[in-house]
Write a protein that binds this ligand. Structure first.
Ligand code: CP
Ligand code: NVA
Length: 318
């Protein structure tokens, strides 16, 4: 049987997502209390886990390497100039060979089709470490961060003000699976794609949460508990920078935007990082409303939970 992969939050039930989040929180507690080896055991002892990254990374690389190490395995970072993937060898051949020697592949790629190609040909689980359509490890982390800060997720409202990108996609699906209402403001040139809207709506129908899409940041932030954004220029879009900077005029998150839009008094700010000043003011980014640094740290615990669930427990998440 082919292994279970972590490709998008859309592939998880809401109970499975919630269980990954709870596991991540309990790993955090154990690590803070210096408990080692982990109670879940060293499930990756003697195993190698390659990280095949065709794009840069700080958080995903460090959290993934540290998580593999925490579970007793050996992480192997392979950047785009290190291996033959997609350059001198087909995805199919590479996936078969790499998976024959390892217990999981953590992959950061460009097109979503590359993640699907790896998943189709790999005999071990593929963990999507970001593609142009999804970023599931970030979304697990973000629900964890929200849960830590608000206690519960159900009934909260999350506003997104920014690009309709990979981070928004999995985050909005994850919110819908967690009972969080989502309102996303994206410029008219960048509407959320119909496939993603359908995935969010399917999850929202099950949890009873809502989805609102607008081009007006002030509408999105109304009554919001949390406001989230990401860079306007994702990796690979560098040539569109001048154009996008114009199209996103008025999208910088500021205290003034949150106040005039009528966000909740205790609103919080989140961002997956790396951050650029154009999408959020320093005043918000470095304020005590900002959860960005605990959010970044939580990537480690989410990565441990994902490896435990998908690799050690073979996709049995409940
Ligand atoms: N948030 C995130 O994925 O950061 P990196 O690109 O640094 O891994
Ligand atoms: N949307 C960004 C996220 C980086 C973590 C990108 O794809 O570059």
């Amino acid at each position: 049987a082919s292994p279970r992969h972590l490709i998008s939050i859309a592939n998880l039930s809401s109970a499975e997502l919630s269980s990954l989040v709870s596991r991540a929180i309990s790993h955090k507690r154990a690590i803070k209390a210096n408990v080692y080896p982990p109670k879940c055991g060293l499930g990756l002892a003697g195993k190698a886990v390659p990280l095949i990254f065709s794009k840069r990374s700080t958080r995903t690389r460090i959290s993934s390497e540290a998580a593999v190490n925490y579970l007793g395995g050996h992480p192997m970072f392979l950047g785009k100039d290190d291996i033959q993937l997609g350059v001198n060898e087909t995805l199919y051949d590479s996936a078969r060979v790499i998976s024959s020697m390892t217990s999981c592949i953590i992959a950061r790629v460009g097109p979503h089709s590359d993640i699907l190609g790896l998943a189709e040909s790999s005999s071990v689980p593929i963990i999507n470490a970001l593609c142009d359509t999804y970023h599931p490890l970030q979304a697990i982390t973000d629900i964890m961060t929200i849960k830590e800060n608000f206690g519960e997720t159900k009934g909260l409202k999350l506003a997104w003000v920014g690009d309709a990108n990979n981070v928004l996609h999995d985050l909005a699906i994850a919110c819908a699976k967690s009972g969080i209402d989502v309102s996303a403001a994206t410029p008219k040139e960048y509407p959320v794609s119909p496939i993603i809207i359908q995935q969010i709506k399917e999850a929202a129908a099950l949890s009873g949460s809502t989805l609102e899409l607008t081009t007006d940041p002030l509408i999105a932030v109304k009554n919001a508990d949390i406001v989230v954004t990401d860079t306007w220029i994702s990796m690979g879009e560098e040539s569109q920078k001048a154009l996008k900077m114009k199209q996103f005029a008025g999208y910088q998150i500021t205290n003034e935007m949150m106040q005039s839009g009528g966000a909740k008094p205790d609103w919080k700010f989140m961002h997956c990082l790396p951050r650029h000043p154009e999408e959020v003011s320093d005043e918000v980014f470095y304020s005590n409303r900002s959860l960005v640094f605990p959010e970044a740290e939580n990537r480690l615990y989410a990565a441990i939970a994902a490896l435990e669930g998908f690799v050690v427990n073979k996709g049995q998440l409940l």
